[in-house]
Design a protein around this ligand. Structure first.
Ligand SMILES: [Zn+2]
Ligand SMILES: [Zn+2]
Length: 293
């Protein structure tokens, strides 16, 4: 039987619908059933509508914004079909991962995507600061740092963008809260007084919106010391009464469930004894509490 706490609300990217993922969405869902998930949320990336936001890897393969759009159409159709087909074995939620680009209009664009496809939930993520990607290449990260005036101001800008995104989009889940660590130099201090104050503003925004924080296991997969977020942020969020969920951020069937057992231990060590899930009800999803033991 599925463990009630074995839940992921961020991931399920597949090579069918995402240029930097592998395998099929069916393969992802089958892997989630095999791993004993009670609920598995699919959060494919929102299609970017402007060429300047295409990844270099997408450009090399000839991807266009039109291709991203048709892939997303196909993703929603396939995800819905699989959710129905597997509904006796697992709760599959059909959501998406929102972007903060274009800076001037993302709030309207992301709300329009959500509405157009009647998506069940949103993962709000910040992958760009000042419209420069911070989880792509090191060169892009350095360009983002240079544009912000250094690593500390980049991190402050990053958390302020999270705070603004949460207030504007009101996502059900906030993705990988400290993604700014991903490409930062190993010795960079990302907990200075100014950064911690900005992170606190982001957390206050999360608390105010009622969003759930994604305990995202990709940090381990990327070779970082900790999952996202780090312990100091978990302690602060927990103090504020913010709930957590797990996210395997899977980009292939083989990554489904990756790190979830370790993530449970990680939260328990920090005295977080329950997580939150999203459950489908008539009229939408509701947030529910699930004990970790
Ligand atoms: Zn991705
Ligand atoms: Zn992400």
């Amino acid at each position: 039987m599925a463990d009630p706490w074995r839940i992921s609300l961020h991931g399920g990217h597949s090579g069918e619908f995402c240029e930097h993922a592998e395998g099929t969405l069916r393969g992802v869902v089958e892997a989630a059933v095999a791993a004993g998930f009670a609920t598995f949320g699919l959060s494919e990336h929102a299609p970017r509508g402007q060429d300047r936001f295409l990844y270099s890897s997408e450009r090399q393969k000839g991807f266009t914004t039109g291709r991203l759009q048709t892939d997303f159409d196909a993703y929603v159709a396939e995800a819905r079909a699989l959710a129905a087909e597997f509904s006796d074995r697992i709760q599959i939620l059909v959501g998406f991962e929102a972007e903060v680009v274009p800076a001037a209009s993302y709030a309207d664009e992301m709300s329009a995507i959500r509405e157009k496809y009647a998506l069940e939930y949103m993962v709000g993520s910040v992958h760009y600061v000042g419209e420069i990607q911070i989880d792509g290449t090191i060169e892009e990260f350095q360009a983002a740092g240079a544009a912000s005036g250094g690593i500390e101001s980049l991190a402050v800008c990053y958390y302020d963008t999270v705070a603004e995104m949460v207030a504007r989009l009101r996502p059900e889940v906030v993705g990988h809260l400290d993604l700014i660590r991903r490409n930062a130099p190993v010795r960079a201090d990302l907990q200075t007084t100014a950064i911690a104050a900005a992170a606190d503003r982001a957390l206050q925004s999360v608390k105010e919106s009622g969003a759930i924080l994604d305990l995202n296991t990709a940090g381990w997969r990327k070779g970082l010391d900790n999952a996202y977020p780090e312990p100091w942020l978990i302690r602060r969020a927990h103090e504020l009464g913010i709930g957590f969920c797990f996210g395997d951020d899977s980009h292939a069937p083989a990554q489904v469930g990756d790190g979830i057992d370790r993530a449970r231990e990680y939260l328990l060590e920090l005295d977080v004894t329950s997580i939150r899930s999203l459950d489908r009800r008539q009229g939408g999803v509701v947030s529910t509490v699930v004990r970790l033991s």
